[in-house]
Write a protein that binds this ligand. Structure first.
Ligand code: 3UK
Length: 543
């Protein structure tokens, strides 16, 4: 099927066939028509039907007034935005549109407006600064941006550094709403090919230049046919809520694409921190919650006084879920967390387990539709119990925009996520060890930092912790822990010794942190990941 893209900037910069992963589409649910537009498939096809009148997205306007739009109301707003993009800003299919804003119903309307018009969405994290925004504009060659009025300063500053960006409209009480009012509320979506790009997702990039992962219309629908159907199993009466930004594919899938694909609804909150989320779950009667392991840990002691009776399912991703956090959350909420590993490159979760299969410390099984394996250094699968590189393939996969690092993520048709895993010989579950470059090799032993963290988290005084390798002349590296204590505990030498002993009693003694420092907080990315490279620098004494 010919592409509908008039602007071929992205299509011309995709990896060649020899560096693409093997895409696997098995079973009737993964067969798609040659032409597909996700805005049509998720939203527009319901117009005027009973589904069109059902609740779709909730949230609040900038003045705090509650918003509750049906499918038809979201579609109408998306259509008006598509008209503004095409008529006023001259957008052509294939052009990139940068979106900037905290999660809100208007951000979702902008997302659909861009997609209806055949554009490619370039999501950006709200906390990014002008310099980082300019890098994204440059890499994706962005001419048009839609921005929350309250976040426009940093983007205007970026425009000075990135001259391709020329057209900016602001929403959530800005000039976009005025332009929308003058536009029709119906738009014929561009008839895109199923594999036309629809999204450029920048990796959160803990180090180095961020990578731009491209996904097409079919990729989003294929992801929606896998994990949400087989593991989550949420339906039309479910209402999603959570913290990940729509610029992070964990949030885009969990809080927009998947709820709509199931005919359900979503709550898009500007502020979904652990202090705010329990009250929001109660206020919106949400049924499915998406957030990070650290947020579940921080929320667990704060549930009293909130009516969480609507909540059925809790999804954790972004980093490994420690067994102690799973237990803590089950005790506080009565809910068994669904853990899942996903990545920006794969779009969403590819290894996970249903609540009834979930086991502390394990991520789960390959999601139906995906295959997963643990490979040795020679690229061949390892027997269960041995630690190697996690490899996955399925209906989605890595396609970096114009990036030599494609050859690092994709090898022999597999997507290599950069994670060290093993398969548990007892139950076949995939068990996370560490990022491959974070494995600590000390005195000839391989030690996974997250395993030591999981042990420390079992101690009642520990709120959060991070464990990294510190260069050491005698042992090559030693295990160094950074610990945040819960209120009421003192980080003195006695506490350090007690924690070290505790680890020796809990896991193999050679894994205990020989160095242990107390901190008031740990460095994290906007997607909730611990910034280990900072802890490593600190441990090495370079900062
Ligand atoms: C790590 C996990 C252990 C792992 C993401 C769900 O996190 C997401 O995407 P990113 O590109 O990072 C990918 C990397 O993060 N990771 C994520 N989840 C887990 N490690 N257990 C987990 N449950 O290192 C992976 O390679 O930021 C997660 C859905 C969409 C996503 N983009």
């Amino acid at each position: 099927m010919p592409s509908a893209h008039v602007d071929r900037f992205v299509i011309d910069r995709l990896p060649g066939p020899d560096t693409l992963p093997r895409f696997v589409f098995e079973g009737p649910a993964l067969q798609f028509p040659p032409q597909l537009n996700v805005a049509q498939a998720l939203l527009l096809r319901h117009r005027g039907t009973a589904q069109g009148a059902r609740p779709c997205v909730r949230g609040a306007a900038p003045d705090g007034m509650p918003i509750a739009w049906t499918y038809d109301e979201l579609a109408a707003r998306g259509a008006r935005i598509a008209h503004v993009l095409v008529r006023e800003l001259g957008l052509v299919p294939g052009e990139r549109v940068l979106l900037r804003g905290a999660n809100s119903p208007m951000l979702a309307a902008c997302w659909f407006g861009v997609v209806m018009a055949g554009g490619i969405v370039v999501g950006t994290m709200p906390l990014l600064r002008a310099r980082e925004l300019a890098g994204i504009v440059d890499k994706a060659r962005v001419r048009v941006a839609l921005c929350d009025a309250r976040l426009q300063d940093e983007l205007r500053a970026a425009m000075a550094q990135a001259p391709t960006l020329q057209a900016l409209r602001c929403f959530n009480t800005g000039d976009l709403e005025a332009a929308m009012a003058a536009a029709p509320d119906a738009f014929e979506p561009v008839d895109t090919a199923a594999d036309d790009p629809v999204l450029i997702a920048f990796t959160s990039g803990t180090t180095g230049q961020p990578k731009a992962a491209v996904h097409g219309h079919r990729d989003l629908m294929a992801a929606a046919a896998c994990w949400p159907v087989h593991v989550l199993r949420a339906g039309p009466d479910d209402r999603a809520i959570g913290s990940p930004p729509l610029a992070f594919t964990f949030g885009l899938g969990g809080l927009l694409v998947f709820p709509l694909a199931a005919g359900g609804s979503t709550v898009l909150l500007e502020k979904a921190t652990p202090d705010a989320l329990p009250a929001a779950i109660a206020a919106h009667r949400a049924t499915v919650c998406y957030t990070s392991p650290t947020a579940y840990r921080a929320m667990a002691p704060q549930l009293a006084g909130h009516d969480l009776s609507s909540l059925r399912q809790c999804v954790s991703a972004g980093e490994a879920l420690p067994a102690a956090t799973r237990t803590l959350w089950r005790q506080a909420s009565g809910i068994e967390i669904i853990d899942g590993i996903g990545s920006t490159e794969m779009f969403h979760i590819f290894i996970s387990a249903r609540e009834d299969q979930a086991r502390g410390g394990a991520t789960g099984y390959a999601v139906p539709g995906y295959e997963a394996a643990v490979l040795g250094d020679d690229g061949q699968p390892l027997p269960p119990g041995q630690v190697g590189r996690l490899a996955v393939r399925g209906p989605t996969g890595c396609r970096y925009l114009d990036d030599a690092r494609q050859a690092g993520y994709v090898q022999h048709g597999w997507n290599l996520t950069g994670d060290a895993y093993l398969v548990d010989p007892a139950d076949g579950q995939f068990v996370y060890q560490a990022r491959t470059d974070d494995m600590i090799i000390s005195g000839g032993y391989n030690i996974a930092g997250p395993e030591v963290e999981a042990a420390l988290l079992l101690h009642p005084a520990v709120a959060e912790c991070g464990v990294v390798g510190k260069p050491d002349e005698a042992r090559g590296m030693v295990v160094a822990a950074f610990v945040v204590l819960k209120p009421g505990h003192v980080g003195d030498a006695a506490m350090a010794a007690a924690l070290q002993d505790f680890v020796k009693q809990t896991i193999a003694p050679y894994k205990y942190p020989r160095e242990l420092q107390f901190r008031s907080s740990l460095p994290r990315t906007e997607t909730g990941k611990l910034q280990r490279f900072r802890l490593k620098q600190e441990a090495a004494g370079s900062v």
